[in-house]
Design a protein around this ligand. Sequence first.
Ligand code: RIB
Ligand code: CA
Length: 321
Amino acid sequence: MTRTLLIDTDTASDDAVALIMALRSPDVRVAAITVVAGNAPVAQATSNALFTVELCGANVPVYSGAEAPLLRKLVIADWFHGADGLGDHGYKPAKRRAEPGHAVDALIQTVRDNPGIEIVTLGPLTNLAMALLREPKLAASVKRCVVMGGAPCCVGNVTPAAEFNLWVDPEAARIVFRSGLPLEMVGWQLCCGGAALDEKDVARALALKNPVAEFAIRCNSAASEAFFKQTGQRGISLPDPVTMGIALNPALCTSWSAHYVEIEVSSDLTRGMTLVDRLNVATDPRNRDVWANAIEQDRKVHLCWSLDIPKWKELLFSALT
Ligand code: RIB
Ligand code: CA
């Protein structure tokens, strides 16, 4: 039975590859793509999403959404993805236009129309948080919500404490993590090491000699440089495609566990940090007050700790073929 996905994205270069994986998967129907400000301003991210949908020859509605975080100023990641989010190669805008209406309304309607839908978030959680504030009951109609975000028990990629998506809009992240949605969290650390595309992988993709594979590599040129500056590792890190891989095939996550997770919203130093109760001590008397919300709702997040890298790369290459 074909599964239905809604993808929320701040479309830059790694998001684009994740969209390609979903749009070209025989196992899912993408009901809608909702766009949020993050890597790029929402207009640019929307244009990037439309470009990717058109490149794939897909017929999927794209809706433009939140222009800024709930309470904070937008901080984009042009330092990582380039000014246009796609490595600044001057891709011509798509002919296709975004649908009329706001992404938050479209998100709510799409979930209502498709009970049992699976949501995949690839950017800051502003759209999803706004939808949940409008319709708290929405969570009950969602089968899975796979979130690209967080730095679970590890260093962040935008500050020492936090990963970019949750750092941009920590208040939205807190609303989503407290909403009762069935969350699966894919932290940024899973896209590093062997999961980053090395030069062999890049050569294999380019040898496919088709516009989609060429775009997938080329639009990540700025991100590849930034990844080297950030980590000292050569390669193309693809957090959103790793997340999409796990969304498409949960077996790609080779170890996971469920824990309470809270998001830091007060401290500037640790803004957006994902506090994971990895040792299950939140219920100890000394911690109960601070973790009361999570304990009362008994809302645990499924965290993925390891990825079947060869299988994930095969899934990626099958989408580029
Ligand atoms: O931290 C990585 C995440 O932030 C990815 O989703 C990337 O596209 C950016 O949105
Ligand atoms: Ca993203």
